[in-house]
Design a protein around this ligand. Sequence first.
Ligand code: FE
Ligand code: ZN
Length: 487
Amino acid sequence: MSDAAAQIIREIVSKGYQIEPRAFDLLLHLLRDTDPTKLIQEIIKDKGEENRTIRVEDVERLVKRADTDVVKEVELELSPPDFKILRSYEDVKVLEGVEGYHHLFLSRYRKLLELIKKRRDSGSLRSIEEANSSKAPTRVAGLVYSKSVRRGAAVIVLEDETGRVEAAAFDSSVVERMQEVPLDSMVTASITSGKRNIYIVDSISLPDIPDHVPNMSKKRVYAALTSDLHVGNKYFLKQAFDAFIKWLGRRDDEIAARIRYLLICGDVVDGVGVYPNQEKELETADLKQQFNAVADLLKKVPQDINIFLTPGNHEPVRQAVPQPPIPKEYIGSSYLQNVFLVSNPAWIELEGVRVLMYHGRSLEDVVATTPGLRVERPALAMKVLLKARHLAPIYGRRTPILPTSEDLLVIDEIPDIFHSGHLHILDSERYRGCLLINSGTWQSQTSYQQDMGINPTPAILPVVDLSTLRVLTFDFIKLQRQQLGPE
Ligand code: FE
Ligand code: ZN
């Protein structure tokens, strides 16, 4: 209990009164650092001696005389949190083998075709079969089956339910756009039949998102976004993380006191047997111990902060996405009642603001296959996923994808906030009204990262004001506060 809280209680009890919890919260909020004696005396004087329980109305009555707006604002802040888990994939229908993937890609194609049809005039869209038998310019939609770029020219093969078409581009701007298109993603393209039965791509585009007016909270409450703690690894910055948790409990800090949500986007533990020679870097190779350490940290987070936790590629759950939530036994969430274990990806709604949480393994694949993208700017890779309207378009590289009958990785709605991690570099972008944040890490540079020339940005926490979607960052090593991105 803080000093201020203890003082209020002492004051009230010594006068022979008691106070309702909500009235106590309100009082604590109003008083902040000021001396409660005078205010409490007035409340008691007002109330008389018959009823000795101080209620919210008693506190309000007094404050209203001075400032009605203050009461309104404080009341709003004290109102219960408003959140929903919109989608968390616990039991998904898994198919098998080649047939399974066939279904998955068919679902991907159909879901994305629906999206495209909703967005644009699709009257002119033709099937690939029709395009193949036509000489006239046609517009088709299909998944990118293959793609090659050589000496300023590019060849692409698109596929839909009716067949495949191969088409080439020579125009430099079209070639450039083709380079940005991930393999296996959905595109629309205008093609014309050129000489010797070669089709020419006149234009090509990803499904993309339209301009979006983001939902915002009525209350000025904040969400802290983080990921990639890697507890159990020698490089986990425990001191800095402890400082962060301590700060969360600081009710006298204007920002910390308004944080109601903590989003953790995977890699909370370092795991065991995740990469070669991992044991050399582990503090403990016991998974149970790693998770106990996590639970010990989360226990210290104030109870009125709701925590949402997705797995990442270091967690002991199925690696193929969508990944199921971390099993409850690991985190002991039966006693951590403010911890919600969700799948990867997951959709949640906080005070009306829709958040898409996705650990982000496929960002590696996007960076590796898209010219011009770098690990230093993970938010730009996230932008590609958003434009492709898919969380893991590229099949067969680093990201294992689960063959499900419905493709659950299609971004079929527009998130207000798209939160990822995995690349260990804090970055943010705004794209057509959507806020993209890659939340960095709490692990300092590992020897592997040093060899690879990757410079992580550890212990910097982005905090989003849900009423404006502005982002502040807090550096728990340098102990600095900053505004992230444009106002
Ligand atoms: Fe990680
Ligand atoms: Zn990861």
